[in-house]
Design a protein around this ligand. Structure first.
Ligand code: AMP
Ligand code: ZN
Length: 460
């Protein structure tokens, strides 16, 4: 398999550290709100990666963290902890909020047929490991203390910036950075001393540490937990493209400073899902959750299918029209395989190879989809062979096509009669009656479409 590595910016052959096995760490959600469909695009990408690796014969261990403390409202060290913002909004405890949104996230993953991670460690359950790592950084001379915390001194690590190619000086010249007592603009918090120590104000999430009561910075959890669950270095680290300049740069620095090794060999980043060509945001009213899609009648797997239409390293623009097109394509796919024979013993090697060539070329899902449709429409092959091959491809696509193959829709007699009556009304150009009958059919859980060769009945 060939994958694009952000570190080094090139496509390269994959060489697992331990032959036959592969460790993948996916930066997980910050559980202070529902995941939006942009977040979910990133996890669909990770799932395709994981399934493609497993299909190629590797034993995959996927670890996805849950950020339930320390992620401030900017990805750097400014603003408030996102959990505290949610506490104020909802009048609940930070832990109640974290568990509620974690559960909602896991439910979304299930609805998208994203396979569960082998471990989903929470930051708040791994405070000790994070403190240990900060202690090692301290011992190795990479930290300094300010009034509000312990910081990583990026000037002590000559390789800092290796992922984004961004140098500390560039940052100084560029964006406005809240320096506070920081020595360098790229320095970042490892441990934040909670205000309770100085002002008597009590923070709900805080822990004892050698530097005073407080809470970890956002980045340290990923370095500490990835090491605990996968070792250092491990094989593949994933996340959204926004993680390149800050979060992942800082993770690399921490592991380098504490363990003296590169955190992960391959770094993969999914591009953003945009809406109307721009950023999704609540204030613009264009931020959608999976529930929003479902309440408009879309199948979550239609969103999954929609994601495959663009390579993970290109932007994908979300529109309702595009989602409708994906839903229609998925419906058509299901209808087609319903009419097929169950899988035989032989598939279609040429089509399978075309599909694999696309997937193993840095997860080229648009080409893999095209290969699937080409196979589906290849009438020279018996449907039993096509069934087998579509299942082969669905190991990676995860569209649950197995639930549809060889299962024609069974239409009850009363629905058949209503459809006949509707045909008669249409022939008589009685559109009012024909519409009424369509609604009547819908109340029984079926839809009827006017196909080229007569009405096509589908389960709604
Ligand atoms: P968060 O919960 O904010 O930590 O984000 C979870 C994941 O979603 C991270 O990997 C982000 O990089 C990713 N992400 C955030 N916004 C988008 C977007 N619009 N499109 C794709 N991925 C995104
Ligand atoms: Zn992370």
């Amino acid at each position: 398999m060939r994958l694009y590595n952000t570190l080094g910016r090139k496509i390269q052959d994959l060489h697992p550290i331990k032959p036959g096995e592969i460790g993948v760490y996916a930066c997980g959600p910050t559980v202070y709100w529902f995941a939006h469909v942009g977040n979910l695009r990133t996890y669909v990408f990770v799932d395709v990666l994981r399934r493609a690796l497993a299909r190629s014969g590797l034993k995959v261990k996927l670890v996805m963290n849950v950020t339930d403390v320390g992620h401030l409202s900017s990805d750097a060290d400014e603003g408030e902890d996102k959990m505290l913002i949610a506490m104020r909004r909802e009048g609940k405890t930070a832990y109640d909020i974290a568990r509620f949104y974690e559960e909602a996230f896991v439910k979304d993953l299930g609805r998208l047929n994203i396979l569960p991670a082998d471990a989903m460690p929470r930051a708040t359950d791994h405070i000790e490991g994070q403190i240990d790592m900060i202690k090692r950084l301290e011992k190795n001379g990479f930290t300094y203390q300010t009034a509000d915390g312990i910081y990583f001194d990026t000037s002590k690590l000559p390789e800092y910036g290796m992922l984004s190619g961004q140098k500390a000086e560039d940052k100084k010249a560029g964006a406005r950075v809240e320096m506070g007592e920081k020595k360098n603009p790229t320095d970042f918090a490892l441990w934040k001393i909670s205000p309770s120590t100085s002002s008597g104000h009590k923070r709900e999430m805080e822990w004892e540490s050698p530097w005073g009561k407080g809470f970890p910075g956002w980045h340290i959890e990923c370095s500490a937990m990835s090491k605990q669950y996968l070792g250092a270095p491990f094989d593949i680290h994933t996340g959204g493209i926004d993680h390149v300049p800050v979060h992942h740069e800082n993770e690399i620095a921490q592991t380098q400073g504490a363990e003296g090794v590169l955190e992960a060999n391959v770094w993969m980043h999914g591009e953003f899902l945009t809406v109307d060509g721009g950023k999704m945001s609540k204030s613009l009213g264009n931020l959608f959750t999976l529930d929003d899609l479902m309440s408009r009648g879309y199948d979550p797997l239609a969103f999954r299918y929609f994601c495959f239409g663009a390579h993970y390293r290109t932007k994908l623009n979300f529109t309702w029209e595009a989602l409708t097109a994906a839903q229609n394509a998925l419906n058509r796919l299901r209808e087609i395989v319903r009419g097929w024979d169950t899988p035989g013993n032989v598939g279609c090697a040429d089509h399978e190879n075309a599909f694999l060539a696309a997937i193993e070329d840095d997860l080229n899902t648009p080409e893999a989809l095209a290969a699937m449709w080409k196979m589906i429409e290849d009438a020279s092959l018996p449907t039993s062979a096509r069934s087998r091959t579509v299942l082969f491809m669905d190991q990676v696509f995860g569209l649950k096509l197995g639930e549809f193959i060889g299962k024609p829709v069974e239409v009850p007699e009363d629905v058949k009669m209503l459809v006949q009556a509707r045909e008669a009304a249409r022939k008589a150009k009685d559109w009012k009656e024909s519409d009424r009958l369509r609604d009547e059919i819908a109340t029984r859980g079926f839809t009827v479409e006017d196909g080229l060769h007569g009405p096509v009945i589908k389960k709604a």
